[in-house]
Design a protein around this ligand. Structure first.
Ligand SMILES: NC(=O)C1=CN([C@@H]2O[C@H](COP(=O)(O)OP(=O)(O)OC[C@H]3O[C@@H](n4cnc5c(N)ncnc54)[C@H](O)[C@@H]3O)[C@@H](O)[C@H]2O)C=CC1
Ligand SMILES: CC(=O)[C@H](N)C(=O)O
Length: 359
């Protein structure tokens, strides 16, 4: 396959066109980010070269675009069989338990985020794979500087999610240094997408609010009105992830990078939704345990290293995100209204952390 590469001469293009594309395994491919990532990888490297995997059952359309396998990241041997059978070169590791879900079930969060990551890291070491495993702004904590948070700073998170992601970052760097593993990571902000529901995070409100606005023109928000957090549109997230995944090793001056796109609070998002959707969109604030998580995260992150080393260059700000989300979701709710289909909140029902449930 000859791709469009205007900056290469003919000889270089011939050489490139004969190189075999990498075979990529995506774990957690049925999560919020996985489906879009798999589609993007398949468009670039060919459907047969991208193996999607999860422990959930895929919808028919998710099965029909290329190989899908059941793969529990907690089972090293089963994961290894996939790597060997499909001749995998790169792993994009998206299996995780997010911040709110992790506080609700700490044992599961620790197991999947720590032992699951250990397994893919050992696979990368034992089979010479490139491993991209995203981190999060949730790796920062209450004592981290909140504005323009640098790549290297105080990191003492107080959630299971944050602790497990710091562990991931450090272990990935250790394996790179000691064993030459090609580990890469980027600290995402909250990611907003109209294509798939979020999986149990603290930033989920910023997706759910659009569905509620279109469905019932009101929203009950689990964060306080002025809780400002970094956010990014899914297209920026996926383009950036591809850029880091494909960057030449020699371009990387570090293994873990902050990425920042925009930042807003629920009240700022509400103002934009009123402007683009309806003046009388109503919001009430009923903060729950997720407020305490959000209070420990940055308001903005400094991302010069990602821009310099591999070209991070987000295109979408708050206004763009609101416009696009409403444009994409309006037809869905119009169709639902005409068919009288019931629609409920897309985010998982996480209203109480485990400690409270146990009491
Ligand atoms: N969505 C966001 O706003 C952000 C996501 N991230 C990171 O990006 C990555 C992907 O996140 P999302 O797609 O949002 O997560 P998600 O929660 O939507 O999806 C995670 C997937 O992992 C799967 N999974 C759980 N246990 C598993 C196991 N034992 N074996 C195999 N798969 C398992 C789940 O079935 C699910 O499909 C994660 O590492 C997350 O920490 C980081 C910051 C922001
Ligand atoms: C920012 C994240 O890591 C995620 N969206 C969450 O809220 O847990």
């Amino acid at each position: 396959m000859l791709r469009t590469m205007p900056n290469l001469n003919l000889a270089a293009r011939r050489l490139y066109s004969t190189a075999r594309p990498p075979r990529v395994l995506v774990t957690g491919s049925l999560g919020q980010l996985g489906t879009t990532m798999v589609n993007t990888l398949r468009a670039k490297f060919g459907s047969e070269n991208v193996v999607a995997s999860d422990i959930k059952k895929p919808a028919l359309e998710q099965r029909s675009t290329g190989p899908f396998v059941y793969a529990d990241v907690l089972n090293y041997r089963a994961m290894e069989q996939v790597v060997v059978d499909y001749g995998i070169d790169w792993i994009v590791h998206f299996s995780a338990i997010l911040s709110a879900a992790g506080e609700r079930n700490p044992a599961l969060g620790l197991n999947v985020n720590i032992n699951g990551f250990q397994n893919v890291l050992d696979l990368a070491k034992n089979h010479g794979l490139r491993l991209l495993s995203p981190s999060t702004m949730g790796a920062f904590g209450p004592t981290t500087p909140k504005d323009e948070t640098p790549d290297l700073t105080i990191m003492r998170p107080n959630t299971i999610y944050g602790i497990s992601k710091v562990h991931m970052e450090l272990l990935g760097e250790y394996y790179t240094e000691k064993f030459g593993v090609d580990f890469r990571s980027l600290r995402y902000p909250g990611i907003i997408s109209a294509d798939s529901p979020p999986g149990g995070g603290t930033t989920d409100y910023a997706v759910d609010i659009f569905h509620s606005a279109l469905k019932e023109n009101r929203y009950s928000c689990f964060l306080k009105s002025d809780t400002r957090l970094p956010m990014a549109y899914i297209d920026d997230c996926i383009v950036g992830t591809m850029q880091l995944l494909e960057a030449p090793q020699e371009a990387l001056t570090q293994r873990v990078y902050n990425v920042h796109a925009c930042a807003f609070s629920p009240e700022e998002l509400t103002a934009e939704i009123r402007r683009h959707h309806s003046d009388d969109f109503a919001i009430e604030y009923r903060p729950d345990f997720r407020q305490a998580i959000a209070d420990t995260w940055p308001r903005t992150m400094a991302d010069e290293a990602a821009r310099r080393d591999w070209g991070w260059n987000p295109l979408y700000g708050t206004t763009d995100i609101v416009r696009i989300m409403l444009e994409k979701l309006r037809p869905v709710y119009a169709a639902n209204a005409s068919s009288n289909a019931a629609t409920s909140s897309l985010i998982p029902d996480i209203t109480t952390p485990a400690a409270v449930v146990a009491n």
